[in-house]
Design a protein around this ligand. Structure first.
Ligand SMILES: *[C@@H]1O[C@H](CO)[C@@H](O)[C@H](O)[C@H]1NC(C)=O
Length: 319
């Protein structure tokens, strides 16, 4: 009996769908320097938007905790990590490893403009991959069919599940805001799936086109830091949430966008650390920080939290 249980557990892990949306980042620690998940962000997220009196039949309420920890998966593999605020339907940050040299970068990222969604923010039991809306809809429909969940109830329908669990293109329609990448395509070699994987709405926030432009100039400057492909630059890009909706009943634009990086040499030793911050308002300029402690204090003030630690040991060389 026990043996059977163990065998079926092993099988479930080996062949079953792996939840990539979870309550921690244990399935993708590789995107954080020395596997240190930034502290201080846990309390910022708002609770999910599902109506408890009309909870979809396929949803387990324990799977709705906010923030959601997304191991961003494309074509079956991890590509980066996102801390997702279900209530705001927006990422609080994305963490990734920059993998591009200046000669291989494509500054404008025009090759892909369809954004994907995260089916597991609706049902944990569906594909681990980010998908186009049409595919995500059929996946949710198939799940309902398999589990005999009726779609006569509006809240069991795929589109209700998707739009209540995350932002969709519709949320950006008729607004003056861009779908601004946190993990930018420009920090990944064009031929890699890491590049394509950045085009997912759980990695996007409403950014004024002007600020998106200012920010991308800074992102392009960062590319020049990577001189040797064996080095690594761990980057965390996040927001300070705002509360002015970009259209009625919709997403609120963040007040700020920020990032911090930890640059390690080919032996894994830190060789540089820094951060930047910009306000998401017309005419704003980028502020840069060479001291990560100063930046963390600034971020704590803006977010109204304590104990923000972005990198293991502040990305200082270990003694
Ligand atoms: C944009 O506005 C038009 C006209 O009011 C409306 O028909 C359309 O549904 C809106 N689209 C979005 C994405 O909000």
């Amino acid at each position: 009996m026990k043996l059977l249980l163990i065998i079926s557990l092993i099988l479930a892990v080996a062949i079953g769908t792996q939840a990539r949306v979870n309550n921690d980042f244990n399935n993708c620690p590789e995107y954080f320097y020395r596997a240190h998940v930034p502290s201080g962000f846990q309390g910022i997220a708002k609770s999910d938007l599902f109506d408890r009196k009309k909870l979809p039949d396929g949803i387990n309420v324990n799977d709705l905790s906010s923030p959601a920890y997304i191991c961003q998966t494309f074509d079956g593999s991890n590509r980066f990590a996102t801390l997702y605020d279900r209530g705001r339907r927006m990422p609080l940050y994305s963490a990734y490893i920059m993998d591009v040299k200046a000669s291989e970068s494509e500054k404008n990222c025009k090759r892909v403009n369809t954004f994907r969604v995260e089916p597991q923010l609706a049902y944990r039991g569906v594909t681990e991959n980010m998908e186009l809306v049409t595919d995500a809809k059929s996946g949710l429909q198939k799940y309902n069919w398999d589990k005999k969940i009726g779609e006569r109830k509006e809240e069991n329908r795929p589109m209700y599940l998707l739009r209540t669990s995350q932002a969709l293109d519709y949320d950006y329609g008729n607004t003056t805001y861009d779908r601004g990448h946190l993990n930018p395509c420009g920090h990944h070699t064009v031929s890699r799936d890491e590049y394509k994987a950045t085009f997912t709405l759980t990695n996007a926030v409403p950014m004024l086109p002007e600020i998106n432009q200012v920010w991308s100039v800074y992102e392009n400057e960062m590319i020049n830091m990577l001189t040797d492909q064996k080095e690594e630059i761990y980057v965390i890009t996040g927001i300070v949430p705002g509360n002015v909706p970009i259209k009625e009943g919709g997403l609120s634009a963040p007040t700020h966008v920020w990032n911090a990086y930890c640059h390690v040499d080919k032996n894994g030793k830190p060789k540089g650390v820094g951060a930047a911050l910009v306000q998401n308002t017309m005419g704003s300029k980028i502020g840069k920080f060479n001291n990560i402690g100063d930046f963390q204090k600034k971020l704590q003030d803006l977010l109204g939290v304590i104990n923000i630690e972005l990198f293991s040991n502040g990305c200082k060389p270990e003694k």
